[in-house]
Design a protein around this ligand. Sequence first.
Ligand code: NAI
Length: 461
Amino acid sequence: MTEKRYDIVFLGGGPAGYVGAIRAAQLGLTTACIEKSSTLGGTCLNIGCIPSKALLDSSERFAEARQSLKTHGILVDDVRLDLPAMMRRKEKIVAQLTKGIAFLFKKNKIDAITGEAQLQGNGQVRVVGEQTVTVAADRIVIATGSTAATLPNVPFVKDRIGSSTEALSYPAVPPRLVVIGAGAIGIELGSVWRRLGSEVTILEYMDRILPGADEEIAKHGQRVFKKQGIVFELSAQVSGARVTGDECTVAFNDKEIQADQVLVAVGRSPNTSGLNLEGAGVQTNPRGFITVDDNYQTSVPSICAVGDVIGGPLLAHKASEEAVACVEKIATGTGHVDYDTLPGVVYTDPEVAQVGKTEAALKQANIPYRKGTFSFRGIGRSLAMGKIDGLVKILAHATTDRVLGVHIIGPHAGDLITEAATAMALGASSEDMARTWHAHPTLSEAVKEAALDVNNRAIHA
Ligand code: NAI
């Protein structure tokens, strides 16, 4: 058993751990990152954001070739699917990105250690891998992420009932796919397989889809996704699932539904098993997420935690920013994450994006607001693209006009939302957004028009 000493050691090599490690090395700290998988990048790069976006893009092109290219005057006969080739493309992208992180680690002189980390107390971490090693560090940052949550009576059954990990690699298009949960994962992966030909039914416990999204936007989304052929069963209380031969049966309310594959997408749980948190004195909340203070410090002063493992929105960019702020606080004394302007995006077609407060949250907090909306139907570029479904909604304070929330469903909403996040981070008013240049013809004109509409002066409404 060898021992090596570092200024800082990260447990987990996902968007929190690997980004934090790079920032630490930039700030002159001797750094190691312990990752149990053979590749760096965590859930996001290996079995989350990146492979799902690869499949979303590929499946969108397939659906376009089959359905909408003809509206552009492009006739394509005999469109067929080569699923193994689509999967190979996805895997190539993942490999390229994960190798990229290994390269960045070498460039920044960060030691990547492969194995499972276990806290030993006294600043020591045991790593069980091909060899067992112990590393010591002045600071330890837990960035071990999250795993798919499960439901009590819905056991995962190999090849039939599983999580997003399996749904990113089904060997064939399932004729019938049942998704449990209408959150980001359920709708994104439901969309992928719907476009590739599956009959998709999404069972959702609540009476609406996309929890956390503005209700008006979520309702609009539900209408569009329904038009694309996704069947929603809302207020569905799933009581169990079983597999008989090749067929799955899911029971909900007083009904049963049959499927070839079942995707369980009901949220995620913190990844803390095997870390020896209790032994090391690191406290968790009742849901198992590690509790931290404003400096991301746990109940043990030399141990910090960032990313999914501390809860909040389980988003890769949130994890990365927390890791950077945590390291900067350690190395320089200051670091900051502005949670009020944290954007979220669901990569469906159309995309759904948001930043700041929803209308319901403003009402609940008794904050007076004015609202401006604008439909992509009124935007020349949208018409030219053939992507007219959706709207931009801007919520601004009724007296100060400060922008409090922006919600978009529409083409490239995930890119358009950055303007809103920047504006909000700089404390902009809707007037500021309305008077900012927006090139013509671009989709961003919908943002300008919605900002104008806050004061009832949209031009093309
Ligand atoms: P989620 O929390 O977004 O949605 C889960 C849904 O399942 C909720 O609507 C919930 O009401 C429903 N649900 C819970 N129990 C149920 C039951 N027994 N029966 C039926 N429905 C039930 O979780 P999801 O979609 O699994 O995603 C996990 C995390 O990953 C989320 O925090 C999400 O934000 C993040 N993520 C973000 C993405 C993005 O930013 N594009 C993409 C994928 C995931």
